[in-house]
Design a protein around this ligand. Structure first.
Ligand SMILES: [Zn+2]
Length: 448
């Protein structure tokens, strides 16, 4: 394949944002050079003032395929992801049927994905009540790591683990060397809080928030850190929501425990004070907490307590959001945001003085590292030629036609956001350009 040069005055490499040319050959980045060092025989694509960021990586996506493809599916999820600037998504082992807790289920997922992905994908395996003996086989079959729930996940299929079940699984997880991603809420504090809400108005957001107290997260994280110390596995806390856990996380890091932490755009954009009653599009778990807590999450990103940002894209058929009754108890908990995450993050981050380099670290480099993909997440020699061409100054209003996933509902419809994804390149070729999709799905499974 011929040598291509991608030029911009704002190329976002791990070190800085600067004028540069990215030289690409055979789907990989050969080098990043000064614009005046482009070889004469290269084919030049000049993006001028638009920034070029690394293709984003989302290590927390629910594709729901196979089994619940009517909720989402490989084609629609990866299309939305491509439109959002992503070039690799890692699929959670639940909401699909069967859950990805056996090698046979992983193979069924691979069959469902074949030929239908617009970008690259990988799979997390599930650690469930009774699959301890599948864990090392799943690792050998190519999952990027594991996910478990300490509380009922809100859906049939993948089962939660109790502490004894988790203890039975952890020696196997530790032997694989792969990370264990944990939904960190314990049922005890939630059951106790919910018990006090008999007769409460479940149309009110404050009722839902009270039913999932900070203590549920905090007690789960304390338990996980002690297990991490005991079993020496790589612990990753998914969608951290409470800033009250910062102190124990910082202490664990200082003590050398291998723990990482993510949060999501909705926790960084929305706040409990402004979610209207009945607005179940904003229901997710753990819940969106106070404005004060939201600002502390930004501080946690700033000081490194939180490593990175993923979407937890978790769609459902619109009827499951119970929009007619607005009941926070019965509505599905989950927010779909793959196509909007980058502008959401840039809108909020740029107002707080953060840079495109920060965003690239949170949304590309960090999640790629968790997934163990040494070829994604950075604009650097040897990496896949995955880019987002992004106009950070442009603004747009969120409309249904920009969502691209299967069910076009969103808490962000009608809002004005800053930053437009102009194009997404997967391994050297455009998949999304100026609002349209290019070619046919050529995403591949990424395996360790
Ligand atoms: Zn999730």
């Amino acid at each position: 394949m011929s040598l291509q040069a991608y030029l911009s005055r704002r190329v976002v490499t791990p070190e800085k944002t600067h004028p540069a040319a990215i030289l690409v050959e055979d789907e990989r980045i050969r080098a990043v050079v000064d614009p005046d060092q482009v070889p004469a025989h290269a084919e030049v694509n000049d993006f001028g003032d638009a920034a070029i960021l690394p293709g984003l990586v989302d290590s927390h996506v629910h594709i729901n395929d196979p089994g619940r493809a009517d909720w989402e599916g490989f084609e629609t999820a990866t299309r939305a992801a491509a439109a959002g600037g992503y070039t690799l998504v890692v699929d959670m082992p639940l909401n699909c049927l069967p859950p990805t807790a056996t090698v046979a289920a992983l193979e069924a997922k691979r069959a469902a994905a074949r030929g239908r992905c617009w970008i690259d994908w990988a799979a997390w395996g599930g650690v469930v009540a009774e699959n301890q003996n599948e864990i090392e086989a799943l690792a050998a079959a190519g999952v990027a790591g594991f996910k478990c729930f300490l509380i009922h996940p809100g859906i049939d299929g993948l089962t939660m683990v109790t502490e004894p079940q988790l203890r039975a699984a952890l020696p196997h997880v530790a032997r694989t060397g792969l990370p264990l991603l944990v939904h960190a809420e314990l049922p005890g504090p939630i059951d106790a809080a919910t018990g006090k809400l008999a007769g409460a108005d479940w149309r009110r957001y404050s009722t839902y928030l009270q039913s999932r107290p900070d203590e549920a997260e905090l007690s789960a994280i304390r338990l996980l850190l002690s297990l991490c110390r005991e079993y020496k596995f790589r612990l990753h806390i998914v969608h951290l929501t409470t800033s009250l856990a910062f102190a124990v996380l910082q202490a664990a890091r200082a003590a050398g425990l291998p723990v990482s932490v993510e949060t999501c755009p909705h926790y960084l954009r929305l706040d409990a004070e402004t979610i209207p009653d009945g607005a179940t599009l904003a229901k997710c778990a753990p819940p969106i907490r106070s404005r004060d807590n939201r600002e502390k999450l930004w501080q946690g990103l700033h000081d490194g307590t939180i490593d990175f940002v993923v979407t937890d894209h978790s769609p459902c058929p619109p009827a499951m959001k119970r929009l007619d009754e607005g009941n926070f108890k019965t509505a599905w908990g989950g927010i779909a945001s793959l196509s909007l995450a980058l502008p959401l993050m840039w809108t909020e981050a740029s107002q707080r003085g953060f840079t495109l380099n920060d965003v690239a670290r949170w949304m590309a480099e960090g999640p790629a590292k968790l997934a163990g993909s040494g070829r994604k997440g950075k604009i650097a020699a040897g990496h896949d030629a995955d880019f987002v061409v992004f106009d950070p100054g442009a603004k747009f209003t969120v409309t249904e036609d920009r969502l691209h996933y299967r069910h076009r509902i969103s808490p962000y419809l009608g809002e004005e956001l800053r930053g437009v994804v102009k194009a997404t390149y997967l391994r050297g070729a455009p998949v999304f350009v100026e609002g349209g999709f290019n070619g046919s799905p050529r995403g591949q499974e990424w395996r360790r």
